[in-house]
Design a binder for this molecule. Structure first.
Ligand code: SF4
Length: 482
């Protein structure tokens, strides 16, 4: 049995995958090895996934973005799924999760793995449930068979909701939105109807054995994540998190890589606390968060509500962000939804990296700003997060080639282009030469109008009354004749 990345890292080996990751992240290969060995980062890399270009997920590295693809009972086909995979990779997904629940599951999964240069994740209980008439009929053997088959097919990481325990279920009573994770709700139903403990928990070490054989990475699912702001950070969520911490250590003992999934719907002021708590409870295992949505009121725009939470989570130390599309809560996303969701999340991830001071993260911003100030439109498009959209929007109003060097665009127009005006006001060396060390700025007529606003600083020179259009006002805000 070939060892896993974490086993090889612990043995002091820098693998080819670690070398490649070091190159992609501009980091020292030995640092990559240390991070993988300690479980602080994972390199999802199934032995059978030949098309993979290895990548790393960990808080010390660029924040990654996952895109969910896959069909449902109602819609999509193999060709449509391949188009979604292509769109996801094209628009910058670092990993994809095949969440198919419709027809041809094996064919779609194998095709995705064969064609995907990024790690492929799955939620095996989605397939297992299709083999039985009632969720209560799921068996340990069926779950393990499905997990093993998907591992053999080359899946790099799997969401396993092993942390949903019998003891946790009463803690969800009284929630506004109950259990919203698909896997979590299926397992809760199984536990209720069988009166037995979660089979993914009782057979967790068997799953570890399968994962160790194929080097599948755990994505420990948060089946009790909050589905609304009202349910965020409650007892059920944190009880499950404690179990996920325990399972993280069990998986590490078996030489299996682990990341841990997180919420969901969380008010913005609780996002950082959630990340810090997971990092403490799970000994620094990478945190993979879904959003979180920071408000519940914007169906149709949940790529935005969640990208706000994702940026905050990334800044606080989350390692990977699971994207949300505008279709969240409303329907299965199509190609354009994948594009919009990925754009929102790549912005969130990059904003987090800049704020966290990741080495080199801001170089991209600086390069684009330089191109913008130089009116180098083609370079600005090339550097844009979504080059096709940037150029399309520009060319809607100024399509001609001559406008690719123009010192304005249609936003402010030629006369009011502030960057052009600014450049025309400067000398060739970029300085405002009329102003030098000898200039007495206090003597400038503008200094008068730049006095501090009334009420904020020294008010000694403020008159007691001011008359405007025949009405006299006092500094306290009332009329003088009140
Ligand atoms: S016109 Fe306005 S938006 Fe366009 S380049 Fe000039 S300053 Fe920027």
């Amino acid at each position: 049995m070939a060892p896993t990345q974490i086993q090889r890292a612990r043995d002091g080996e820098v693998t080819a995958a670690m070398e490649r990751v070091a190159e992609r992240e501009h980091r020292d290969p030995e640092f990559i090895r240390e991070q993988v060995a300690s479980g602080q980062a994972v390199i999802p890399n199934n032995h059978a996934h030949d098309a993979l270009d290895p990548m790393i997920i960990g808080r010390e590295f660029a924040t990654k973005v996952n895109a969910n693809i896959g069909n449902s009972e109602e819609t999509s086909d193999l060709q449509g799924e391949l188009e979604k995979l292509h769109a996801a990779v094209h628009y910058g997904a670092d990993t994809v999760m095949d969440l198919s629940t419709g027809a041809n599951l094996d064919e779609i999964r194998e095709t995705n793995v064969d064609h995907s240069p990024v790690p492929v994740g799955t939620v095996p209980i989605y397939e297992a449930i299709k083999h039985v008439d009632d969720p209560a009929d799921l068996t340990h053997d069926l779950l393990l068979d499905v997990i093993e088959k998907q591992a053999q097919q080359g899946v790099d990481y799997m969401t396993v909701h092993a942390g949903v325990l019998m003891e946790h279920l009463p803690l969800t009573d009284g929630r506004k939105t109950g259990i919203v994770s698909r896997g979590g709700s299926i397992l809760a139903q199984w536990i209720e109807e069988n009166g037995a403990q979660n089979p993914l928990y009782t057979h967790f070490e068997d799953i570890c054995g399968i994962f160790a054989e194929h080097d599948v990475t755990f994505s420990l699912g948060d089946g009790l994540r909050p589905g609304s702001l009202a349910d965020a950070s409650d007892e059920a969520q944190f009880a499950e998190l404690d179990t996920l911490g325990e399972l993280t250590r069990t998986a590490w003992d078996h030489g299996v890589q682990v990341m841990v999934e997180g919420p969901g719907h969380v008010p913005m002021d609780q996002v950082a606390n959630n990340v810090e708590r997971q990092q403490a409870v799970c000994d620094g295992a990478p945190f993979y968060v879904l959003g979180p949505l920071v408000t519940d009121v914007a169906p149709g725009y949940d790529h935005i509500t969640s990208a706000i939470g994702a940026a905050e989570a990334g800044r606080a130390g989350a390692a990977m962000l699971c994207y949300v599309t505008p279709k969240e809560h409303l329907g299965l996303p199509g190609r354009e939804d994948v594009r919009d969701g990925l754009a929102a999340y790549r912005i969130a991830a990059h904003a987090a990296d800049v704020a966290a001071g990741l080495p080199g993260a801001r170089d991209w911003d600086d390069a684009l700003s330089e191109a913008r100030y130089e009116f180098d439109w083609r370079r600005q498009f090339d550097l844009a997060l979504d080059p096709e959209r940037a150029q399309a929007y520009h060319d809607q109003t100024l399509p001609g080639d001559n406008y690719k060097e123009a010192r304005f665009c249609s936003m402010c127009g030629v006369e009011f282009c502030s960057m052009r005006i600014d450049q025309d006001a400067r000398d060739a060396d970029g300085k405002m030469s009329a102003i030098d060390d000898e200039t007495d700025l206090d003597a400038s007529p503008a200094a008068e109008t730049n006095l501090p606003p009334v009420g904020t600083h020294d008010t000694s020179s403020v008159p007691d009354e001011i008359e405007i259009d025949g009405v006299t006002f006092t500094p306290e805000g009332g009329h003088a004749d009140d």
